[in-house]
Design a protein around this ligand. Structure first.
Ligand SMILES: *[C@@H]1O[C@H](CO)[C@@H](O)[C@H](O)[C@H]1NC(C)=O
Ligand SMILES: *[C@@H]1O[C@H](CO)[C@@H](O)[C@H](O)[C@H]1NC(C)=O
Ligand SMILES: *[C@@H]1O[C@H](CO)[C@@H](O)[C@H](O)[C@H]1NC(C)=O
Ligand SMILES: *[C@@H]1O[C@H](CO)[C@@H](O)[C@H](O)[C@H]1NC(C)=O
Ligand SMILES: *[C@@H]1O[C@H](CO)[C@@H](O)[C@H](O)[C@H]1NC(C)=O
Ligand SMILES: *[C@@H]1O[C@H](CO)[C@@H](O)[C@H](O)[C@H]1NC(C)=O
Ligand SMILES: *[C@@H]1O[C@H](CO)[C@@H](O)[C@H](O)[C@H]1NC(C)=O
Length: 163
């Protein structure tokens, strides 16, 4: 889950962008947050104005994984901190400073989430490097150390998929 000074969309442990990831729009992300119960379990409401594109690098296969709403990701795919890209049609968003939060509302398992919400990352002072209206969007780059560095997911055996 990710939030910002402007609310941005995200996906499950991950997330996505304007045109480059097929069929992902603020509407489909918003709908996914509702249908998964992230609203209201994590956020009381969610009205995204931009899309956060999350790209993991799977080191085992040396391939990138573009996260889309509702997709299942493996522990191997989520081992490394992903790259984040902000995609928007509002150029004023290029000038903002962002806070990024990734939480797991289903820790240790969705069946019995006694350790929810688990904080996987908390970073501030993020800025857009380039234009959010091109391609995958603009990379979000940090200008200070994260308060919580990325912690990769390690669900116990037998866990259902986490949001
Ligand atoms: C995008 O949506 C169209 C229409 O619903 C569908 O035919 C197509 O398979 C979708 N593409 C992907 C990559 O999901
Ligand atoms: C991984 O992929 C990148 C880009 O496709 C390539 O430049 C690099 O050499 C590859 N690394 C390995 C270890 O295969
Ligand atoms: C993700 O995994 C669950 C459980 O294995 C399955 O029910 C669901 O259909 C999968 N979702 C997708 C998009 O593959
Ligand atoms: C930007 O506008 C295009 C064209 O209307 C649309 O397809 C896309 O989803 C929009 N991107 C965002 C992040 O709202
Ligand atoms: C849920 O986890 C807690 C803490 O580990 C445990 O005490 C409790 O019995 C579990 N509940 C169920 C229904 O498994
Ligand atoms: C912004 O992007 C440029 C071009 O890709 C790169 O040279 C520069 O290091 C980036 N700046 C930051 C703060 O990451
Ligand atoms: C940005 O984050 C990386 C990865 O956590 C860290 O190594 C680096 O020091 C950070 N940059 C600054 C300017 O703090």
């Amino acid at each position: 889950m990710i939030t910002s000074s402007f609310v941005v969309s995200l996906f499950g442990i991950g997330l996505a962008l304007g045109q480059t990831v097929p069929n992902v729009t603020v509407a489909t992300v918003s709908q996914a947050f509702m249908s998964s119960g992230i609203v209201p379990d994590v956020l009381s409401s969610f009205n995204p104005t931009a899309i956060l594109n999350v790209v993991f690098l799977d080191q085992a296969t040396n391939s990138s994984v573009d996260v889309t709403p509702g997709m299942n990701l493996t522990m191997e795919q989520t081992l490394m901190e992903p790259q984040f890209f902000l995609s928007a049609n509002d150029t004023s968003l290029d000038q903002q400073t962002y806070v990024l939060v990734i939480v797991d509302p289903d820790a240790p398992t969705p069946q019995n989430a006694t350790e929810a919400q688990f904080r996987h990352m908390l970073a501030g002072d993020l800025h857009v490097n380039g234009s959010t209206s091109s391609g995958l969007g603009a990379p979000l780059t940090n200008t200070s150390a994260a308060l919580t560095e990325f912690v990769n997911p390690t669900p116990p055996a037998g866990s259902d998929p986490h949001r």
